[in-house]
Design a protein around this ligand. Structure first.
Ligand SMILES: Nc1nc2c(ncn2[C@@H]2O[C@H](COP(=O)(O)OP(=O)(O)OP(=O)(O)O)[C@@H](O)[C@H]2O)c(=O)[nH]1
Ligand SMILES: [Mg+2]
Length: 361
């Protein structure tokens, strides 16, 4: 069976500030999906001039004159408010916005919360991928980053935090700074790419924007990642690896309220290995009433056997205090490929009915 494109889902990846612009430039050079749009927003016109492969929006020109926010998030926040109309126009056709920003400076930290507010006012889901600064960058930047992170986490549907310090432990100490940043960008790109493939390709078992939107609406922490399987027998290991990225601070999914596990394979996986992977997922979640949504897509051009994308939301902050109640875990396995993108109707259907999805054949 050939994967066929679903109807037009518009995913908009927006880099905010210098780090965001760099990451989006890298992603745009690696990614060529027709449903995805890339842009960068900055107070710094020189940084935007370096973004040559995607569209750019300069914010706050009247006050900052295009010279940046001087590491002051308030200046950047005001710049975003001043340029509200341009930002609203930028995001208006998106179904999902993925914001990428480095926290600790002015623009990424100050403009991102305003951009999220504007997206929410237009009823658009927002995922944020943010980096925390190196300790060596100093306490002031770290404080700015922590404050911004708290605000962003309270506003965005899901936030993935990558720590630049973890780059040091994950990579050889002799690696150059730019190579380290590119490594971080590559991790973000891999996850963003997996989300795009999941939402834009119709699979044997399909995760669509309604499923995704529902998972993103659950309150609590987020854990997400991608694991690679070299063969059929390593799907479970790939699922675990998805949550073991050394660049990411916390990846515990015990008690998550919702989980998407999207399997993309070069060829058909065996039913036994697929079931083993789902059993592993259930043991990792180990929670009551968790909605688990699984998707399976074939992608013959994949360079390895398979990839497992895991997105868990509604993760309790203190997983160790979580009271384990062994209730039934409702599992929604399928939605009908090609179902209407804004059709949220299935969410009103009781979980046990939603369970009656298509079998992998
Ligand atoms: N992973 C990664 N981190 C980066 C990159 N560039 C900067 N950073 C990190 O992101 C933080 C914020 O830096 P920028 O994005 O340049 O800052 P900004 O948001 O443009 O802020 P202002 O220039 O003060 O307006 C830095 O403290 C670094 O820790 C990058 O290309 N990749
Ligand atoms: Mg900057």
């Amino acid at each position: 069976m050939q994967n066929i494109r679903t109807e037009n889902i518009n995913i908009h990846v927006i880099g905010v500030g210098g780090c965001g612009g760099n990451a989006v430039s890298n992603m745009a050079s690696l990614c060529s999906h027709e449903n995805i749009r890339f842009s960068s927003v900055n107070t710094d016109i020189a940084a935007l001039h370096r973004c040559t492969n995607h569209e750019v929006v300069l914010i706050g020109e009247a006050t900052t004159k295009g010279y940046g926010a001087g590491a002051d998030p308030d200046v950047a926040s005001n710049a975003a408010i001043q340029s509200k109309d341009a930002l609203v126009t930028l995001i208006k056709d998106a179904d999902l916005i993925i914001i990428i920003a480095g926290l600790g400076g002015g623009t990424g930290s100050g403009a991102t919360p305003i951009l999220i507010d504007l997206a929410k006012e237009s009823d658009i889901d927002v995922m944020c991928f943010v980096t925390l600064p190196f300790k060596a960058e100093g306490g002031k930047r770290s404080d700015i980053a922590r404050n911004a992170l708290e605000t962003i986490q309270s506003k965005a549907n899901a936030t993935l935090v990558m720590s630049n310090d973890s780059l040091l432990s994950a990579l050889d100490e002799t690696v150059g700074l730019l190579s380290a940043f590119r490594h971080c960008d590559t991790q973000m790109h891999r996850i963003v790419e997996a989300i795009i493939v999941m939402l834009t390709n119709t699979g044997y078992i399909n995760v669509d924007i309604n499923d995704f939107s529902h998972i993103l609406s659950l309150e609590g922490d987020t854990a997400l990642g991608v694991g690679i399987a070299e063969d059929d027998s390593s799907l479970s290991a790939a699922l675990k690896h998805a949550l073991e990225n050394p660049l990411v601070d916390k990846q515990n999914i015990i008690g998550a309220q919702g989980v998407i596990a999207q399997l993309t394979c070069r060829e058909e996986p065996s039913l036994a290995m697929y079931e083993e992977m789902l059993a592993t997922l259930q043991s990792l979640v180990d929670g009551p009433q968790t909605l688990i949504i699984t998707g399976v897509t074939l992608s013959p051009e994949l360079p390895h056997f398979g990839e497992v994308l895991v997105i868990a939301t509604g993760v309790p902050s203190k997983a160790q205090n979580f009271e384990q109640e062994k209730n039934v875990i409702p599992m929604k396995q399928a939605s009908v490929p090609g179902s209407s993108k804004k059709d949220a109707a299935y969410l009103d259907i009781p979980a046990f009915v939603r369970l009656q999805g298509r079998e992998l054949s």
